[in-house]
Design a protein around this ligand. Structure first.
Ligand code: NAP
Length: 328
């Protein structure tokens, strides 16, 4: 299904590859939405032909083939995400195509989801929910005092891997549990070290050894692919929890599944997967992993803010101005 919001042959066309909350509004352009659902690659490549700007989702691969399919009028790719590992920046540069993202708009929602997963894993929420729905709960009567024991968080050690916007917001939420915060990043982040976080900068190895909760917030880059591999997981405490709301390939999913099967760590909370939308088959049957289908920023208010940001970015690019969230 294609939805034409405005149409005039003299105006530049902005293609939005998926329906988004709110409305992509660019006064100087015709906006066309390709459809409700993810288009096939063929539908995507034929749908973007002639576009002056394209609003892409994190699952749209933007490479030379994509740029060639769009054609010579393309001036900008406005990613509806903060992460941009789906975009070949060099290919965009070679075609003088500007690339933008949506920082800040995703921060609170993704930090909330990281905490949803931390609490769900610590308190075995999925197992408990499944049991509460089962006839066994009604027939068996009150639970034994030793059943569904979780792990507590108060005063525990939290390691933030990737000390940026979402890492900060996730760390901030730990104050209610009086957690001791550590962070790891390539550079020093003084904001993490000041009140109220008072975080300690550590090496990844040191942090993994000490942490009770590890939360991943780096971008996916060649450097961070499999940053958490079997060796890294082996450093973790048997009582530790690992959360990934960043990008799936940052964790070696096979190594994690193996560690969870062998109960080498307490549990994992995953919003992202190495081969999305496929989940490693060994994870499916495990009760010490809680999984969500890449919904970090899936909250109406934040998604509408993302829609406003892509509109501002595309509008600026088409007007020949510097867009507010340029990444390349
Ligand atoms: P950000 O503000 O750019 O923070 C990322 C941090 O990672 C930076 O401060 C950087 O610090 C650090 N970093 C980069 N490379 C590193 C490395 N090799 N080792 C350790 N730290 C490294 O980004 P953000 O807004 O917080 O977003 C983080 C990521 O979350 C995004 O890239 C995106 O992939 C993901 N995300 C997922 C969802 C979802 O739906 N699940 C939603 C939003 C975002 P240094 O430069 O000092 O290393």
């Amino acid at each position: 299904m294609q939805i034409h919001r405005e149409n005039s042959p003299s105006r530049p066309t902005v293609i939005v590859t998926r329906m988004v909350p709110g409305e992509v509004t660019i006064p100087s352009a015709s906006v066309r939405i390709l459809g409700d659902d993810k288009p096939s690659r063929e539908q995507l490549l034929s749908g973007i032909r002639g576009a002056s700007a394209i609003v892409t989702m994190f699952s749209d691969k933007v490479d030379a083939e994509f740029l060639n399919a769009a054609g010579p009028d393309l001036k900008g790719v406005c990613n509806y995400a903060v992460g941009f590992d789906n975009i070949d920046l060099e290919a965009c540069k070679a075609k003088n195509v500007i690339v933008t993202n949506t920082p800040h708009a995703v921060t609170e929602g993704t930090a909330d989801l990281a905490w949803t997963l931390i609490l769900a894993v610590a308190r075995r929420l999925i197992e408990a929910d499944r049991f509460a729905r089962s006839p066994e709960y009604t027939t068996r009567g009150p639970l034994g005092i030793t059943e569904f024991l979780g792990t507590d968080l108060t005063g525990r050690n939290l390691l933030i891997v990737g000390a940026g916007r979402i890492g900060y917001a996730t760390a901030l939420r730990s104050i209610g549990w009086g957690m001791r915060i550590m962070y790891t990043a390539r550079s020093r982040h003084v904001d993490f070290e000041l009140a109220p976080l008072a975080a300690r900068r550590v090496s990844l190895e040191e942090g993994l050894r000490e942490a009770d909760v590890v939360s991943i917030h780096t971008p996916l880059t060649p450097e961070t692919r499999h940053l958490i591999d079997a060796r890294a997981i082996n450093l973790m405490k048997p009582t530790a929890i690992i959360i990934n709301t960043a990008r799936g390939p940052i964790i070696d999913e096979s190594a994690l599944a193996q560690a969870l099967m062998e109960r080498k760590i307490w549990g994992a909370g995953l919003d992202v997967f190495e081969h999305e939308p496929r989940v490693h088959p060994d994870l499916i049957g495990l009760d010490n992993v809680t999984m969500t289908p890449h919904i970090g920023s899936a909250e109406d208010k934040y998604r509408r803010l993302m829609t406003e940001l892509v509109s501002e970015n595309a509008g600026a690019i088409l007007a020949g101005k510097e867009p507010p969230n340029r990444i390349a």
